[in-house]
Design a protein around this ligand. Structure first.
Ligand SMILES: O=C(O)[C@@H](O)[C@H](O)[C@H](O)CO
Ligand SMILES: [Mg+2]
Length: 382
């Protein structure tokens, strides 16, 4: 069997789908995208196609190494997202060809279903109590909320008080049992993070995410010591090599690799295993589409240290699009009692409606991350 063609579609709200085709009719789907740079990743995928067309799609590990190493320059969000989506599509293709779900090829499932969480609210802190209660009424046992709006490197303690008050409101609304994840989106810097993280302790967060930006991860050593709840990060890290440094320093309790950014299922599996050696939990990041979600669930299925899975329902920039829209069988990734069943169909376990993808690609998207400013006009972290 030989790879003959790579086809891509930019589809709303901000996604990119890839289909790899072969001379024997067998195919696989993946999602190679980084938020806000779908067209750049798409260009990278088509450059990388020169290393794939004519090759045996079953040699996933060999092809991964070809794409990663043969280019000499490696890593980073664009290349690793391109490789990630290609890797997902190769796993999907292999599973379809052999008639088994990807988790069977990775050693078999260690669990039947995965605990899920969804966002309440958008980029900016908002009406968190009502949103959280609505999710709990739909069966969710955990949710994620925004930690803070823009915060300068040294800012007023009022910003800390506001963040704490919102978490207090959320905890009050849902009671002690529900997991509350608080995403700071890398908006806080070392000087303010110390007080902020400490003051959230009484509300027992399930985890606090990205308190500082990825380039400031070493600061966590000075901030996180002795905290009484888990810290999470990793959606903006790529490859086992970046996770190695994070894990070796003992700075986090939960890693959040994104299977469309970190290098795919192959690399995610290695990262998850590396984390398990440090007794660090896995909670794959996924504000993306159905293929990234299906790939994540395949990894969750075989990772004993996985404990919860993000999915993009409720993220405000997805607007009128739902993660299930592009599926032929929408029950494949349905959530029941706050869990999603591990997909059992061949490959990633979902069937994409290609005609609908074609339709939506005509609409396309130009999604860009918003640009925020501080009150003095300097650029703020989004
Ligand atoms: O954890 C999350 O889902 C967010 O940090 C998103 O990754 C971010 O808004 C970019 O899409
Ligand atoms: Mg995040």
């Amino acid at each position: 069997m030989k790879i003959t063609r790579l086809k891509t579609w930019q589809v709303p709200p901000r996604w990119l789908f890839l289909k790899i085709e072969t001379d024997e009719g067998c195919y696989g789907w993946g999602e190679p995208v980084i938020e806000g740079r779908a067209a750049t990743v798409e260009a990278a995928v088509h450059e990388l196609a020169d290393y794939l067309v004519g090759q045996d799609p079953h040699r996933i590990e060999h092809l991964w190494n070809t794409l990663y190493r043969a280019g000499f320059y490696r890593g980073g969000p664009i290349l690793m997202s391109a490789i990630a989506g290609i890797d997902q599509a190769l796993w999907d293709l292999k599973g379809r060809d052999l008639g088994v779900p990807v988790h069977q090829l990775l050693g078999g499932a260690v669990r039947e279903r995965m605990r899920m969480y969804a966002w309440t609210g958008g980029d900016r802190p908002g009406d968190v109590g009502a949103g959280a209660r609505a999710l709990v009424e739909r069966g969710f046992t955990a949710f994620k909320m925004n930690g803070t709006a823009e915060m300068q490197i040294v800012d007023s303690h009022r910003k800390v008080d506001e963040a704490v008050a919102r978490v207090a409101e959320a905890r009050e609304a849902v009671g002690p049992e529900v997991g509350i994840a608080i995403d700071f989106h890398g908006r806080v810097h070392r000087p303010m993070a110390k007080a902020l993280l400490r003051e959230l302790e009484p509300f027992h967060p399930m985890f606090v995410e990205e308190p500082v930006a990825p380039e400031h991860l070493p600061a966590l050593k000075h901030i996180a010591g002795g905290l009484g709840y888990p810290l999470a990060t990793g959606e903006r890290l790529h490859t086992r090599f970046e996770f190695r440094d994070l894990l070796a320093d003992g700075m986090v309790d939960i890693i959040q690799p994104d299977l469309s950014h970190c290098g795919g299922i192959s690399e995610g599996f290695k990262i998850a295993t590396l984390a398990s050696a440090h007794d660090v939990a896995l909670a794959p990041h996924c504000p993306l589409g159905p293929l990234t979600l299906a790939a994540s669930l395949q990894l969750d299925a075989v990772s004993h240290n996985a404990f919860i899975q993000e999915q993009s329902m409720g993220i405000h920039y997805n607007q009128d699009n739902d993660v299930l829209d592009y599926l032929v069988d929408k029950s494949a990734l349905a959530i029941e009692e706050g869990f999603c069943a591990i997909p059992q169909g061949p490959g990633l376990g979902v069937e994409i409606d290609e005609a609908f993808v074609e339709e939506r690609a005509k609409v396309g998207h130009r999604w860009r991350n918003p640009v925020w400013s501080h009150e003095d006009g300097s650029i703020a972290e989004w």
